[in-house]
Design a protein around this ligand. Structure first.
Ligand SMILES: [Zn+2]
Length: 228
């Protein structure tokens, strides 16, 4: 049976706000159709994702963070109002890997045009109302941390302890970074979708459903057969 690709959202934090410098504008202008000036943009750094086990019992290995780091420039930054509404507000123009102790995180920088329309958005970030970020990405393989198999093909349960090891899944084979979003702190503005179905719930529910699909016994007795 072919296993599908997951599209997940992952929460992070806004790291800092930066003043536009001349050398940075050269990078910004790689993405604009006409050269922008410093006064026309607001720049922010986002802490998008890292290598720690998160509250959904998932984790990125370092090699996948390196991929995400390379895929992020050029992707849009959205404003996430609610489950459905998202407006594009900015573009990621550069990304770097940031290491602090054992934590490796992806820290892209984004520019937002200082238009009349974006004024409240920028004020909300600068004023600390929008403090959290969310990255949407797709990946192919949720690898079980206990046995190394695709989690849909084993029976281990993320969040449960086996001996002294906490079961979680390692997100491998990242395919695409879809977008980054800025959301107000504590909001539940993120969901994620699988190939065919949208799930408003947590990633674990999607995995459980995918696992159920895979383990559902094949019906051998079909109505037509009785007549043959
Ligand atoms: Zn397992």
């Amino acid at each position: 049976m072919e296993l599908g690709t997951f599209v997940f959202s992952h929460r992070g934090a806004l790291a800092e706000r930066a003043a536009a410098q001349d050398d940075v504008m050269g990078l910004v202008n790689l993405f604009s159709l006409r050269p922008l000036e410093k006064r026309e943009v607001a720049l922010f750094t986002l802490d998008l994702c890292n290598n720690r086990v998160d509250r959904h019992f998932s984790r990125f290995p370092e090699e996948e963070l390196e991929k995400i780091n390379e895929m992020t420039p050029g992707r849009p930054l959205l404003e996430r109002h609610d489950m459905t509404g998202s407006l594009p507000r900015g573009t990621f123009f550069r990304s770097r890997l940031h290491r602090e102790g054992d934590t490796l995180s992806v820290r892209p920088e984004v520019y937002v045009l200082r238009t009349e329309e974006n004024r409240d958005f920028i004020l909300n970030i600068e004023g600390g109302i929008y403090r959290e970020t969310s990255i949407s990405f797709s990946f192919r393989k949720p690898e079980c941390s206990i046995c190394g198999k695709d989690l849909r093909r084993c029976a281990h349960v993320p969040g449960r302890e086996y001996g002294d090891a906490l079961c979680h899944f390692i997100m491998r084979e990242v395919v695409e970074v879809v977008e980054g979003s800025v959301v107000s702190a504590g909001s539940q503005g993120t969901g994620f979708v699988s190939q065919e179905r949208a799930f408003p719930g947590a990633p674990l529910e999607a995995l459980t459903l995918a696992r159920d699909d895979l383990h559902r016994p094949i019906e051998l007795w079909r109505s037509g057969w009785a007549l043959e």
